[in-house]
Structures are given as C-alpha cells and as structure tokens.
Write a protein that binds this ligand. Structure first.
Ligand code: ADP
Length: 481
C-alpha cells in the first residue's frame, strides 16, 4: 500500500476490544506535525470501554496463561513476520503521525519488531528452580506465573517500539494486556492491532484504547482489583502519579521515565568517532528520545576540535517533512513541545550560551526547530537540568575525569550515560561510577531487544528487553514439598 490516502483509509479507526474491532461512540483527531493538518479521526475510548476491555482481559487470562508457551511464542513470531510484511505501511504511519523521517521510521519497524521476535523466543524459556531445603526436611520448588491483566501506557516518540516492548513480554509471559497509546500517535498501534488479530491471538487477550483523556481510562482500571500491573513509558511526572495510583491496589509497576543523558568526550577519545556518536545520541529521532544526549561534556583540550566538527555535521542536517526526500530531522511532535524547546534555548542564550548553529524555529507551517548547537553553556541553564526532547545540543567543557563524572551524575535522572575514551581502564572505572541504568562506551546508540533497558533514580525502575524483560510480567511462586 504505502500511499498516504490509502493507508489513512485503511487504518482501523474503531476500538480493538479483546482483539475485535468495534465502533466507538466518539472520536478525536490525530494531526500531522509536519503540516499541522488533521490526518484522521480515531476512536476516543471512555472509562466504560476501559472496563469492557478489562472484563475481556480478565475472562481470557486463565486460558491465555495456560496456553502452551510454544503456542504463545509462535503467535508472537507470526506477528513479527506480519509486521515486516507490512513494514512500509508501519513506517509511513509513524512518519505521518509522529514526524520522524522515513529512514528512522523504517529503523523503528526493525527495532520494534525485534521485541516480538526476541520474546517469541523467550516465551519457552520461562524457568524455575528446585532445591533441597537446607534442614533436609523438604524440597523447595520455585515456579513463575503470569502476573495477570496488564495496563500498558505508551508515549508518542516511538509509537511502535514502546508498544512492542511491553506487548511482547506480556504475551510471552501469558498476561493479557490493555494498551493505551499516546493521544498524538495512536494510529500505529491501531495498525498493530490488526497484525495481532491476523496472527491468531485469541479473543480477549489484547485491547487497544486510544483516548483523548488518558487518566479517565487509567484511573478506573487501576482501581479495579482484576488489573494486576501497570507498565508505563513517559514523563517522570506522570510516572509518579501512576505509582501513587498503583499503591492502593499494590499493583506491580514498571516505569520507564525521563532521562537527562550525559555524553562525555574524554581527551583520549577518537574525536571523529565521538562526533558520529554524538550525532546519533543527540539527533536520532530528532532528539525526542529519553535516551537522547542532553548534556555534552567535552574535555577542554579537545573541545574546540570536537565542537567545530560536530557543529558542521549538525548544520548539514536537512530539516523537513519526514516523508520528503532526504529529510534527516522532522518536526517536533506538537506546539507544546516546540514551545518547550524554544524556551530552553532562549533561556540558555539569555544566560550566556553561544549559538554555534541553529537556535530558533524556522518560519512556516509545522512544528519544526532548526538543529542547534550551543556551547559555553552556563551551569544554571535550564536545559542542563531538564529534558530537552528536541534537536538541540548543549556543549560544556571540563578539565578532569572526576569533574566530568560529578557533572554527569548531578541530576535526579539516571537512565543512560555515554562516554568516549580509548583507555580500557578508564572505560571500566567510569562505567562503574556513572549513576545510570545503562552506559554506552564508544557507542551513541545502545538500545537492543536482547539487552535490559531501564533506569535508576527518577528515571524509574523495571527493565524492558533481555532476559530480564519477561520477569516484569511474572510472579514467583514457592511450593514447599
Ligand atoms: P509527554 O510529556 O512526553 O507527552 P506523558 O508522560 O505526558 O509524556 O505521556 C506519556 C503517556 O502517558 C501518554 O500515553 C499519555 O496519554 C499518558 N498520560 C498522560 N497523563 C496521564 C495521566 N494522568 N494518567 C495516565 N496516563 C497519562
């Protein structure tokens, strides 16, 4: 297909309730951030729809958990293959509703698909343990059981992958799941609903509930004792609200929250490699990633060289609609985000930061911001403390390793840190001292379905991907024999 109007006509607009598409009472508009124009009207789920989805999820839970792991895995595998068969539709859909370039959207189809493939393989490896009691008076049997119905709330920056990262392990573990996609980008998840319907997922197991009022869905669901888990990717503020809300029923929670990633270039780094890594860590997804390098600390002895080369590459990025030929950087997601990024840049410049390239939003339609490099950014600039979520790089100099580590850790966030060095001792030493859940050493991108993604401090808790990812959806049961 992959023709814009055909794709928009064909995307399911109703509610996926337990795997069946049903018409919704009301709808809301989804916009193209490159033009500000409406793309489609999609179902606007109500609190009652949420409870209907939970009725179906709770009814299907026991059978789904009892379905052989091999069968669960094979459904996930089929979904992976169907996703790839429709890769161009998924890529175009993401570009239209989220704004990223088609090349990046294709990358997300691959990345997002990997969670379906990986967890299709993990489903059959849910293990347990069997030991003798030390006193010799019995045996200890440890088994893993599906947590139960899950609510997944996902963000707009990776409309596909942030969903598959939760749906993959939940289904592999034998949990039923209700997905509440972000209101800016629900259409990609609507397409994924079709993939799972076509892959033969049994009735009741998966519901998808786009809504213009997230809390009206999540609130009643989290008060219902049948729901057993909330998994969330989004802002730290909303994550805290959800954890508070989860306290009442003591729901299991996984929280992938904000980041404020430092990117450190030591004086012994391969500067060209560090520049390429910074381009990836900063500009991938237009900077709209919780893993995006927010603060670039460069050893003063190499700072001019790094910043000159980095600025030249940033200035060469082509800004435009994601589906236009040659686009590197698409629009930001919405006017609110454009105002946030503009405000952060203006604040830094007013406090003395130097604009090396970019610095403002171009004229015209759409929510674009020109890729920007700021250097000599003062310590009190807000963008060193707050998530930028845009194509804006802030460069700060440092003199010693200890100074760089202290600066890197000086944040309430702790998702990921990147650094470049050619000294293996330094690589080990610095990795150990960084207060983050993930570290990229001489790497500007770290995400991998086979690796545990997640943070510490106010970046949240829980891991997605890897062998750890499925544990989030399993409870431990001890049987004394
Ligand atoms: P961002 O600021 O990047 O949009 P949010 O944390 O606001 O990130 O959004 C991430 C997801 O959380 C979206 O699906 C959004 O609809 C949902 N969300 C926002 N506020 C709430 C809330 N109060 N309760 C439940 N979900 C929410």
């Amino acid at each position: 297909m992959s023709n814009v109007s055909d794709l928009l006509d064909s995307v399911p607009k109703g509610l996926w309730l337990g795997g069946k598409l049903v018409p919704a009472e009301k709808t809301f508009a989804v916009y193209n951030p490159a033009t500000g124009e409406e793309l489609a009207q999609v179902a606007d789920a109500t609190a009652a729809d949420g409870i209907r989805a939970l009725d179906l999820a709770a009814a299907a839970q026991e059978d789904w958990a009892a379905t052989p792991a091999r069968v669960r895995g094979e459904i996930l595998r089929t979904a992976f293959e169907l996703l790839h068969a429709r890769a161009e539709d998924f890529a175009l859909m993401m570009t239209l509703e989220m704004g990223k370039s088609l090349a990046e959207s294709r990358g997300e189809v691959n990345y997002g698909g990997e969670f379906l493939r990986w967890f299709s393989e993990e489903a059959v490896r849910i293990g347990g343990r069997f030991t003798q009691a030390p006193a010799g008076n019995g045996r200890i049997l440890v088994t893993k059981e599906a947590v139960g119905p899950v609510l997944a709330i996902t963000p707009w920056n990776f409309p596909l992958a942030m969903g598959t990262r939760k749906i993959g392990p939940a289904l592999a573990a034998g949990c039923t799941i209700i997905v509440k996609p972000a209101e800016d980008t629900p259409l990609t998840m609507q397409l994924l609903g079709q993939v799972f319907a076509d892959a033969g997922l049994p009735d009741g197991v998966l519901s998808i509930l786009p809504t213009s009022d997230a809390a009206s869905i999540s609130g009643p669901l989290m008060e219902d004792a049948r729901l057993r888990k909330v998994t969330f990717t989004g802002s730290t503020g909303v994550g805290k609200l959800l954890v508070r809300g989860a306290a009442d029923k003591l729901l299991r929670t996984s929280m992938e929250l904000g980041g404020n990633a430092p990117f450190i270039v030591f004086d012994d780094a391969d500067i060209d490699a560090a520049v390429d890594g910074a381009m990836l860590a900063k500009m991938r997804n237009g900077g709209e990633a919780c893993t995006a390098a927010n603060r670039i600390y460069v050893a003063n002895s190499v700072r001019e060289e790094f910043t000159d080369k980095f600025t030249a590459k940033v200035a060469a990025l082509k800004v435009g609609a994601g589906d236009a030929e040659g686009t590197n950087i698409g629009p930001l997601i919405n006017t609110k985000q454009l105002a946030t990024v503009t405000g952060l840049v203006d604040d830094a410049v007013s406090k003395g930061a130097r604009v090396r390239t970019g610095g403002s939003a171009p004229e015209g339609a759409g929510f674009f911001f020109t890729p920007t490099v700021l250097d000599q950014v003062p310590a009190d600039a807000r963008l060193l403390k707050e998530e930028i979520f845009g194509p804006v790089a802030a460069v700060v100099g440092f003199d010693t390793e200890d100074e760089a580590i202290a600066a890197a850790n000086n944040t309430e966030y702790g998702l990921v840190a990147y650094f470049y060095t050619r000294d293996i001792d330094r690589a080990m030493r610095v990795s150990a001292k960084l207060d983050t859940g993930m570290v990229g050493v001489n790497r500007g991108a770290i995400s991998d379905a086979a690796a545990p993604f997640g943070g510490v401090k106010e970046s949240g808790f829980g891991r997605e991907g890897g062998t750890e990812g499925i544990d989030e959806y399993l409870d431990t049961k001890y049987v004394a024999l």
